[in-house]
Design a protein around this ligand. Structure first.
Ligand code: ATP
Length: 237
């Protein structure tokens, strides 16, 4: 497999606390991969290090064959790696349309931006009716959809999704994950981190299990779902 994203022995520490230790992980072009683990296992820290928001202590991150290990976040984003952070990070006092346009801030191709905007509205019909509304007035699920739409406006090759199901009612979780699947079906690779292991393994082709900052298991999602240790620790068996 020639990887789109290759993380090799990544280590990240906060002061003396080692949050991620020698973590290795790969995502192929167009692949959906999940990283599951308990609270505090190091999932968010991994995504922050990959997206340039935290500098790793050791190891490397390659994207499309090039090192992005110590690049600043805006440089990482410019290469096609887009983070949808935990808590969504939408701008509450800006309209839905303005939030979406923020996703395209680094682009200059106006005609293409307009076309992508139409595609995002087609993907997110609930937002089309609300395009003039302030983002802060949307429901949690709609804000998650808006965050996904904004990420799509950057034309990502890889989406890094931090807990998209967090705090959402079950029906809304389904709606958000339908959108994520449609985005992936369009050829965008996805690295999904989730505490909801059941949902993550159902959605993704492959998965990694993170414990105390280290990968303890990895494999096809169906294999992980059938693994007794995974079932007991993460699937509530
Ligand atoms: P959660 O699902 O709760 O977000 P997580 O798997 O994403 O968990 P991280 O947020 O990456 O885990 O945290 C990994 C470890 O690093 C935890 O022990 C956490 O307490 C610690 N940690 C996270 N952020 C900081 C910080 N800014 N300063 C110090 N320690 C931190």
């Amino acid at each position: 497999m020639s990887a789109l994203l290759a993380i090799n022995r990544l280590s990240v520490a906060y002061g003396g606390i080692h949050a991620v230790r020698e973590l290795s992980l790969e995502v192929a072009p167009g692949e959906m991969v999940c990283l599951i683990g308990a609270n505090g296992a190091g999932k968010t820290t991994t995504l922050k290090a990959v997206s340039g928001l935290l500098a790793p202590h050791g190891g490397s991150v390659h994207f499309d064959g090039q090192s992005i290990t110590r690049l600043p976040a805006h440089e990482v984003a410019r290469r096609g790696l887009t983070l949808v952070p935990e808590g969504r990070g939408v701008f509450p006092r800006m309209s839905v349309a303005e939030n979406l346009m923020m996703g395209a801030y680094a682009r200059r191709d106006r005609a293409e931006i307009a076309r992508d905007l139409d595609q995002v509205y087609a993907l997110l019909p609930r937002l089309t009716e609300r395009r003039a509304q302030l983002a802060g007035l949307l429901s949690g699920g709609e804000q998650q959809m808006l965050a996904l739409g904004r990420a799509m406006m950057a034309r990502p090759r890889l989406l890094l999704l931090d807990e998209p199901s967090m705090g959402l009612a079950p029906l809304m979780v389904q709606a958000v994950f339908d959108i994520i699947r449609r985005i992936a079906a369009g050829g965008v690779a996805v690295l999904l981190i989730e505490q909801n292991a059941h949902l993550a393994l159902k959605t993704c082709a492959r998965g990694y299990v993170l414990e105390n900052g280290t990968v303890t298991l990895s494999g096809p999602a169906a294999e992980l779902s059938a693994n007794p240790a995974v079932r007991q620790a993460y699937l509530g068996d």
